[in-house]
Structures are given as structure tokens and as C-alpha cells.
Write a protein that binds this ligand. Sequence first.
Ligand code: ZN
Ligand code: ZN
Ligand code: ZN
Ligand code: ZN
Length: 116
Amino acid sequence: MSLCEVCWAAEAEHECGMCRRRVCREHFKADAGICSICFENLCEVCGQRLAVDSCVVCGKLVCRRCSEDLQPGIRVCRECLSDIHDRVKRDASLRYLERMIEGSRGPPGRRQKYFK
Ligand SMILES: [Zn+2]
Ligand SMILES: [Zn+2]
Ligand SMILES: [Zn+2]
Ligand SMILES: [Zn+2]
């Protein structure tokens, strides 16, 4: 018998499909096939991969694929990036992000990255 790697109290009955932790029934999200730790850290955009950070605009947990690192520690999800101009109009405090994005458009080939 092995113990749940989340609570270390109950017997592990399932294996997380993401991190491979062995977990008890209570710490296994059967619908998603993953443990509660992974479940709480899932990207809120795609719901498929583990989040690496949260979007500085909307606060959603996002994975690497669903977000862009504008600068170290400044991560913005694709949803916010795609309508950043509207968001800046509503909230002027986000203007620095717009500037960062403009700045990162410098080298040719990256121009289309943030704006479709
Ligand atoms: Zn447990
Ligand atoms: Zn897991
Ligand atoms: Zn994602
Ligand atoms: Zn966002």
C-alpha cells in the first residue's frame, strides 16, 4: 500500500495523469484524471496544461503556450494580448503593457506576434 502524495494520510488509489503522483480518492479529480494539486494549477485558458504564472492583466493562471512573457515576471495571456488596446482604453494603468508590446515588436518577424 502506498500513501497519497498529497495528504500522506489516506491510501493512494489513483495516479495523476499529469504529474504521476499517487493520490487518494479525495485528492484525485476523476473528471480531469489528475490530482488536486495539478487541478488547482491548471491553465485557466486552455485547461490542459499546468500554469506557469498568472496573467498580470486578468489574473488568470496561464500556461506557457497560452501566454507571452513580455518581460521576466510580466506575463500576459493570449486573451488579454489580443484585445490589449481595448483594455488600455478602459484602464489607463495598463498602458505600460502596451508600450512593452510595442517595444517587443522591433525585430522583423516578430511584428505579427501579438496582433493579428
Ligand atoms: Zn490524499
Ligand atoms: Zn498531479
Ligand atoms: Zn494554456
Ligand atoms: Zn489575461
